[in-house]
Design a protein around this ligand. Structure first.
Ligand SMILES: [Zn+2]
Length: 253
C-alpha cells in the first residue's frame, strides 16, 4: 500500500512472470534497447535466461475518503479461454489476496475498467451455481460507453471468438444485473478520480487519473504494457487495435 495525498493505493497481483519475447509483444522491438537499459530492466522487468518480458496481470485498489474502487479485474477464475491456456479455467486465490488488503467483495463501491479486454474484466463476474454473477454485489461497474459499444458490436458478430467470449461472461451479466453504468470517456467518478480518453489499444480505451493532496497518478491499463515503453513509447503491442493511434496517445502524455 502507498498513499497518494488522502488516497490509499494498493496493487493486487493475479499473475506475474516471463511471458512473451519482446519481438512478439512489440513488433518494432530491437534487442539493443534491452542491452542499453539492462541496468534497470533486469531482473525485475526482463528475464535474460528465457529472453522474455516479465508481464504482470494486476488490479489496483483505490481507497478515497468516500469510496473503495477497484481498477481492472484481471483474468478471473473458471473462464473458458481455450485460445490462451494460461487464462483457461483458472482457479487462483485473487479474492483471498484482495481480502488481505482489507477489501471484501461487498465493500467495493466502483469497478473501473480501462477497457474491456478479457484480461481486464475477468473478476467482474464469478461462477455461482453454474451462472456468471457480479463478483462485487454492491458495486457500480463503470464502462466507457464507446468501449462498450465497440465490443457489443463484435459480440453480435461472433459471441464466442470476440474477445475470448469475455463480453458474454464478464460484461453482459453485469449489465443484466443492472450494475453497469455507461459513461462518457472523460467521466469523473468523484473529486480526484476521473477517466480520460486514451484510444488506440482499443477503440474506447480510457486511462484513470487520480489526484489528491497535490499528488497525482495515472492508471494506464494497456496503453503501457511494459516499462520498456517508457524509453520506447513508439513501440505498440501486437494486441493494440490501432498501433499508430495508441502511439500518439502515449506521446501526448
Ligand atoms: Zn488490453
Amino acid at each position: 500500500m502507498r498513499s497518494l495525498g488522502e488516497f490509499e493505493l494498493t496493487r493486487v497481483v493475479e499473475m506475474e512472470g516471463p511471458t512473451h519475447r519482446p519481438d512478439f509483444m512489440f513488433p518494432d522491438a530491437t534487442s539493443d534497447v534491452f542491452e542499453e537499459h539492462a541496468g534497470w530492466l533486469e531482473p525485475r522487468y526482463f528475464d535474460r535466461a528465457s529472453g522474455r518480458l516479465i508481464l504482470c496481470m494486476q488490479a489496483f485498489v483505490i481507497r478515497t475518503e468516500r469510496h473503495t474502487i477497484v481498477v481492472d479485474t484481471c483474468i478471473g477464475n473458471d473462464k473458458p479461454r481455450p485460445a490462451r491456456p494460461e487464462w483457461h479455467l483458472r482457479n487462483a486465490p485473487f479474492l483471498d489476496d484482495l481480502a488481505r488488503t482489507g477489501v471484501r467483495p461487498e465493500d467495493v463501491d466502483f469497478i473501473l475498467c480501462t477497457h474491456l479486454h478479457a484480461d481486464h474484466v475477468g473478476w467482474n463476474t464469478r461462477l455461482v451455481d453454474g451462472r456468471w454473477a457480479p463478483t462485487f454485489p454492491n458495486a457500480k461497474y463503470i464502462f466507457a460507453r464507446r468501449e462498450y459499444a465497440f465490443w457489443e458490436a463484435r459480440h453480435r458478430e461472433d459471441a464466442e471468438s470476440a474477445n475470448h467470449g469475455a463480453f458474454a461472461d464478464s460484461v453482459l451479466p453485469v449489465m443484466e444485473a443492472k450494475q453497469a453504468v455507461l459513461v462518457d470517456s472523460d467521466h469523473q467518478i468523484e473529486d480526484g478520480v476521473w477517466f480520460e480518453p486514451a484510444p488506440g489499444h482499443t477503440e474506447g480505451n480510457v486511462v484513470i487519473n487520480v489526484r489528491s493532496g497535490g499528488e497525482s497518478a495515472v492508471f494506464t491499463g494497456d496503453v503501457m504494457h511494459h516499462p520498456v515503453q517508457l524509453v520506447r513509447p513508439d513501440w505498440s503491442s501486437r494486441f493494440c487495435e490501432d498501433k499508430a493511434l495508441v502511439r500518439t496517445t502515449r506521446a501526448a502524455r
